[in-house]
Design a protein around this ligand. Structure first.
Ligand code: S3P
Length: 414
């Protein structure tokens, strides 16, 4: 069945986390509209409130009065959110706070060594459970660091950048593959002296921050599920308004263009350093492609839905260099391949990706979500485009990023 209509989606999750964290640094009142309403961003808000930051919600807007962090008296519960934990550890380290960070079952098994190593080098007293949460940090005098990123990770980069604000000296981070750059854009907006030169980011310590007045653009990682459903359903025509089109986030759109899709971009504009626009999506016949390591950061969260799309394209799709997917909310390479097989798709799992032979018909089946929101959404889309019954063992996990997911897709099926 075709998908038709105009979608106005909730704010980007990455920008939402960062907006409230950076607003917490300013001693003036910030106003934020269209904040992500998923559980992950709620985790960030509740951790900041536990650190004495005043955050109120009133008629569609969040108001943040920050500037003074207090020692939290309870554990900071980051729930399912790696972004909350990794970024807040850096932020609170820079503000001289003692804190204990905990998470749910999935987050408690995610690697934290990546942030522990550079933050220790900056002088932070940080303890973990064999490099995993719970993580405890104690007030420490930090110094700047010259750091070469061992992996492309915006969470790692951002954790260091936020800690660097409270260091005694400047910090330099060299990225071989550029990951999402919202932290850099937003730090500049709030008055931090930060610039990029020949592949490195330079940042100076800072203790006076400007407030923000922003409306968060729609999340391209959430939009990807609707875009995927539309390109696979004949006669579809969707308009997604106010969509974040930052170059570090649109690897999914670029991949679909390589597969044979063409999009109509309208109203392209730059708002506070972020590229935003409206995107018109229609059904297209698609062909297999190759995605490799240098493409991965800009499509990292969209690989599950891309895999489903590849299964309906003509020819073979090969994804490689994607081993980071094994340490997301679930082992996403395993989750993708296991569940594609369960609905009749020809897929071979590799240690760093997969190979999908397109063109198989989707069958009914039972899907194990591993409590991962992006796996649940991907396989619900499989059911929408095929009309087959696909049972999710945990449909509720979509609440992590987009509680209205099922209702929204229902509303555009014509
Ligand atoms: C995010 C960075 C990415 C992404 C995650 C959000 C961020 O994680 O997968 O969903 O907001 O910085 P990594 O930094 O682990 O690649």
């Amino acid at each position: 069945m075709p998908l038709k209509g105009t979608l106005t989606l909730p704010g980007d999750k990455s920008i939402s986390h960062r907006t409230v964290m950076l607003a917490a640094l300013s001693d003036q009142r910030s106003k934020v509209n269209n904040l992500s309403n998923g559980k992950d961003v709620k985790s960030t808000i509740s951790c900041l409130k536990n650190c004495g930051i005043d955050i109120e919600y009133s008629t569609g807007s969040y108001f943040v009065n920050g500037g003074r962090f207090k020692q939290p008296i309870t554990d900071l519960d980051c729930g399912n959110s790696g972004t909350t934990m990794r970024l807040l550890i850096g932020l609170l380290a820079g503000q001289g706070i003692d804190a204990n960070f905990i998470g749910d079952k999935s987050l408690s098994n995610r690697p934290m060594e990546r942030i522990i190593d550079p933050l220790k080098k900056m002088g932070l007293n940080i303890k973990s459970n064999k490099t995993m949460p719970p993580i405890h940090i104690s007030k420490s005098k930090l110094k700047g660091i010259d750091y070469v990123m061992p992996i492309a990770s915006a969470q790692l980069k951002s954790s260091i950048l936020l800690a660097a604000l409270g260091a005694k000296s400047n910090t330099t981070i060299k990225e071989n593959i550029v990951s999402r750059d919202h932290t850099e854009i937003m730090l500049k907006n709030i008055g931090v002296n930060l610039y990029r030169k020949s592949g490195s980011i330079f940042v100076e310590p800072c203790n006076k921050f400007l407030p923000q007045n922003i409306s968060v653009p729609a999340d391209p990682s959430t939009a990807a599920f609707f875009i995927g459903a539309a390109v696979l359903s004949p006669r579809s025509k969707l308009l997604i308004t106010n969509l974040l089109l930052n170059e570090t986030r649109i690897g999914f759109l670029r991949a679909l263009e390589k597969m044979g899709c063409s999009f109509n971009y309208r109203n392209i504009r730059n708002v506070s350093g972020e590229k935003i626009g409206d995107l018109e999506v229609r059904y297209h016949k698609l062909f297999g492609i190759e995605i490799n390591k240098s493409d991965i950061p800009s499509i990292i969260d969209e690989i599950p839905i891309l895999a489903l799309i590849a299964s309906q394209a003509e020819g073979t799709t090969i994804v490689s260099g994607a081993e980071e997917l094994r340490v997301k909310e679930s082992d996403r390479l395993e989750a993708i391949c296991r569940n594609l097989k369960a609905i009749g798709i020809n897929v071979i799992e590799k240690s760093d990706g997969f190979i999908i032979k397109g063109g198989s018909k989707i069958q009914s089946g039972d899907v194990q979500t591993f409590d991962d929101h992006r796996i649940a959404m991907t396989f619900h889309i499989a059911s929408v485009i095929s009309g087959k019954e696909i049972k999710l063992d945990n449909a509720e996990c979509v609440n992590i990023s987009f509680p209205a997911f099922f209702k929204t897709i229902e509303n555009i099926i014509r």
